[in-house]
Design a protein around this ligand. Structure first.
Ligand code: UDP
Length: 466
């Protein structure tokens, strides 16, 4: 039997930092009476379902939330972290499968949710908007990183005209390597643009064209362009940079949601009990939380320096050593780390909300940055690639709520001494804590009933119901 409820198809980019905020948006839509078809690549779908199945079955939600997997066009066993290959394969493989879902035919017509009536796609998947446009369905595009990075990507043509980058996104040697997209915006380092840190120039060129093409398609073809941020966090963008076009609807956070109630979208089982009971046993503000997100890879040598740094610091620590982060930890370390706890994956937003956490050693992924701000936790910044360097600039120079962990010596390594010095500097810095208090309050306000992000979510819901 067809349902009269609006039915949204959500399509995140296949990366952890995109699936989590999209799942949170799915729950917001479910709360507003929508049915949701949540489309992951099969590879991620299996992981999300596996983790979600470990929790109790979500009563009520389960019947209106349909998790679907589609083939990404890659072979079994291929490296899904090779984003260049993944981007190309998906653009071939996904559109026909999305047609079937939009048509509501074949096996996708079941579940009693009725036909899809609207879509929300990732800006990085905006080529998928065509099917919705052909059917005149309301369509939104969500950017899962900062508005500053989106402004730089949509402003790439200006950067080319101004001689900051060449036609393929490579930085042109400038004085100080610094540029400003608009007078109101913070100066940025052209070396660290989101596409310029992929390891080789060919990949950087392809990623540059993928990002700029998908962003301009999203601007042209979506009815509303969303961003997981809040206006008070990035006033330089929202005050000047076509604020009417970008609707901030963040921070989209999972901290009150656990997989026991509903899927959060995690790819790995979070060690909730081990992480939270470790924190419960420690005094307020004492624990260093260390996590590098879902994609970062660290050399074994660097991992060893970090392990030693944590040991020598004398501070309690909770460290996420995700499968694939690095090789093996030194055996001596594993044997002597009674002061610390190592987990494969943590319920990060809940961890950062725990009063025992005193600081966050982070790779500066956008979600991690938002979660740290929302929980008032000072950051030690250790970026690796993509937008992480821009986020670091905002954290350290604009909001001034964190410090850089700069590499030392010829091998660009962060050594033990630097790590321990940085913990001391950060934890003794009262200015950072004060500034965090005010950012945290702004984040809470933006998601309160009177807040701008909350109102923008309402606007989105109205657009999607049309
Ligand atoms: N995360 C988590 N547990 C962990 C590590 C990370 O739940 O042990 C979550 C984190 O809360 C964030 C996401 O994974 O929501 C990572 O996104 P981010 O943008 O910070 O980094 P990325 O993985 O995209 O590099």
């Amino acid at each position: 039997m067809a349902s009269a409820a609006p039915h949204a198809l959500l399509l995140p980019y296949p990366a952890q930092g995109h699936v989590i905020p999209f799942m949170e948006l799915a729950h917001r839509l479910l709360d507003s009476g929508f049915a949701v078809t949540f489309v992951n690549t099969e590879f991620n779908h299996r992981r999300v379902v596996d983790v979600a199945a470990a929790g109790a079955s979500p009563s009520g939600i389960g019947s209106r939330l349909r998790l679907v997997g589609v083939a990404d066009g890659m072979e079994e066993g291929e490296d899904r972290d090779n984003l260049v290959r993944l981007n190309a394969a998906m653009q071939e493989a996904l559109p026909p499968q999305l047609e079937v879902l939009l048509e509501g035919s074949g096996s996708s017509s079941g579940d009693g949710l009725g036909k899809v009536t609207c879509v929300v796609v990732d800006v990085g998947m905006s080529w998928a908007l065509d099917g919705a446009k052909r059917r005149s369905l309301p369509a939104a595009a969500l950017w899962a990183a900062s508005a500053a990075v989106l402004a730089v990507i949509t402003g790439a043509k200006k950067l080319i005209r101004d001689g900051v980058i060449d036609d393929d996104g490579a930085p042109i040697k400038l004085e100080n390597n610094s540029f400003q997209l608009a007078e109101s915006m913070t100066p940025m380092d052209a070396t660290f643009l989101a596409w310029n840190w992929m390891g080789n120039r060919d990949a950087e060129r392809l990623v540059f064209h993928y990002l700029t093409n998908t962003a301009s398609t999203a601007v042209a073809k979506s009815d509303v362009l969303l961003c997981n941020t809040f206006a008070d966090l990035e006033p330089d963008i929202f005050a000047q940079h076509s604020p009417a076009r970008i609707l901030p609807i963040g921070p989209l956070r999972t901290w009150k949601r656990s997989t026991a109630e509903a899927p959060v979208g995690h790819f790995w089982h979070a060690e909730d009990h081990a992480s939270l009971s470790f924190l419960d046993a420690h005094p307020h503000g004492s624990v260093v939380y260390v996590a590098f997100g879902s994609l970062t890879v660290m050399s074994s040598e660097q991992l060893e320096q970090l392990a030693l740094g944590l040991e020598v610091s004398g501070r309690p620590f909770l460290w996420v050593v995700r499968p694939g982060l690095a090789g093996k930890l030194p055996t001596s370390f594993v044997a002597t780390n009674g002061r610390g706890k190592i987990v494969r994956w943590a319920p990060q937003d809940q961890v950062l909300a725990h009063p025992a956490v005193g600081c966050f050693l982070t790779h500066c992924g956008w979600n991690s940055t938002l979660e740290s701000i929302c929980n008032g936790v000072p950051m030690l910044c250790w970026p690796y690639f993509t937008d992480q360097f821009t986020n670091q600039t905002y954290i350290c120079d604009i909001w001034r709520v964190g410090l850089r962990v700069t590499p030392t010596g010829s091998k660009e390594m962060v050594n033990v001494k630097r790590i321990t010095e940085m913990f001391d500097s950060l934890l003794g810095n009262s200015g950072i804590k004060e500034r965090l208090k005010s950012l945290k309050a702004m984040a809470e306000k933006s998601m309160s009933v009177e807040g701008q992000s909350f109102k923008n979510l309402d606007t989105l819901i109205k657009v999607l119901r049309k």
